[in-house]
Design a binder for this molecule. Structure first.
Ligand code: 13P
Ligand code: 13P
Ligand code: MG
Ligand code: MG
Length: 380
């Protein structure tokens, strides 16, 4: 094994059980089979097949670097094999995230979500893999900010000499496909101007300024313009390294104790609270939600994924779930009104162009004289 280890998390929805709620156990078994086989071929050092909602997440370690063709191909083949099972069971949206029939060297932009980082394994290497369903990569902006830039969340920013110099944030503009970086604490306000708009600007990665190392990376990827609309936002993953100059595990989990509102609930077109849950509670039900987030902890040892520890199964997150349920109740009361429903440009589903076209002739200039009082009368 070369000195550096790569941690790759590649995920896709290849069929829901039932509807868009969960993953069928046979899909997980198939994925496990595929990855175990490649462990034996020595492509991977280790792997863990995980899931949240209707998404299958492949957590893999290897020494081939990020964006490696073989690793991406393996993930693609695994999702294809799972799609076969999904088709046989007629699971909902079988193969939904495999946007092409043929693999072209890299799964980026082909449907699956990808978060990968390469690093030299430390004396002890604790990592947290966050996986969310019914939301989008911008959902990580708020917790990433809290973890790496908010001293009220992360005590280490104030009292750990290895964290005191802060972190660098790489931010992507999903519309213009541009990137920029900001350092915290000096450029906090500039950073917030952008990442406070998570529908467009997403934190891709975070780097420790003291250690000069990657600390976190997300599955943020560029959007594609299709039929006049930007598409390609997907249920996201985030990987965070912890301790010894990085935030402590507890500091990394802390932002999720106060559920924030994210986009992507019901038909990808509604706002809802991000509810932290254990794996067993990760199938979204109510109005296909509320959006869920699971946090799996691993100690990496010689590339082996020792774990997972299912963090949000802890009772300490019961109150967060209660808050999320209360917020969900309130928002549901708004029905088809914004801000529960997303604003027009952000909705994954919309009937607006059709309805508009059908009614086009009925729209008149506001200045035009028109008396609708007569027309309004219903004849008995
Ligand atoms: P480390 O500095 O060893 O990561 O410990 C931080 C800590 O005490 C966690 O609460
Ligand atoms: P997924 O993106 O998790 O497949 O959910 C789609 C949806 O529309 C749920 O209401
Ligand atoms: Mg689905
Ligand atoms: Mg999903």
């Amino acid at each position: 094994m070369s000195e550096k280890l790569t941690l790759s998390v590649i995920k896709a929805d290849v069929g829901g059980f039932v509807g868009h709620s969960g993953v069928h156990v046979k899909l997980l078994e198939r994925a496990e089979e595929m990855l175990s086989r490649s462990d034996r071929r020595h492509l991977l050092v280790d792997h863990c097949v995980a899931h949240v909602g209707d998404d299958v997440n492949l957590i893999m370690t290897h020494d081939r670097g990020v964006d490696d063709r073989e690793i991406h191909h393996l993930a693609w083949e695994t999702f294809e094999a799972c799609t076969e099972v999904a088709k046989e069971l007629k699971l909902y949206g079988a193969g939904q995230d495999l946007l092409s029939d043929a693999f072209s060297g890299n799964v980026r932009g082909m449907g699956p979500g990808v978060a990968e980082m390469e690093f030299v394994e430390r004396k002890s290497e604790p990592v947290v893999v966050f996986m969310a369903d019914k939301t989008e990569p911008g959902a990580w902006n708020y917790p990433i900010y809290k973890i790496f830039a908010d001293p009220f969340n992360t005590a280490g920013l104030v009292i750990d000499p290895k964290m005191h110099r802060g972190f660098r944030f790489e931010v992507h503009d999903l519309i213009d496909a541009k990137k920029v970086s900001f350092v915290a604490p000096e450029e906090l306000y500039d950073l917030l101007v952008f990442i406070g708009a998570p529908g467009r600007y997403c934190v891709k990665s975070v780097y420790s300024r003291e250690l000069g190392e990657i600390a976190a990376t997300s599955s943020t990827q560029r959007l594609n313009l299709m039929a006049g609309r930007y598409v390609g936002k997907d249920d996201p993953v985030l990987v965070v390294r912890c301790q010894s100059g990085m935030p402590a595990v507890g500091e990394v989990l802390e932002p999720f104790s106060r559920p924030h509102l994210v986009s992507g609930w019901m038909r990808g077109s509604h706002v809802g609270p991000l509810m932290p849950v254990g794996v067993a509670d990760s199938a979204p039900t109510r109005f296909d939600g509320p959006p869920r987030v699971v946090a799996l902890g691993f100690q990496i040892s010689g590339g082996r994924l020792v774990g997972p520890q299912d963090f949000f199964a802890d009772v300490a997150f019961d109150e967060a779930r209660r808050t999320a349920n209360q917020l969900a109740d309130y928002l549901r009361g708004l029905g088809p009104f914004e801000p529960h429903r997303l604003h027009l440009e952000e909705m994954e589903y919309t009937t607006l162009p059709d309805v508009m076209q059908r009614l086009a002739k009925r729209f008149k200039p506001v200045e035009e004289e028109e008396d609708w009082s007569e027309e309004s009368k219903i004849d008995a």
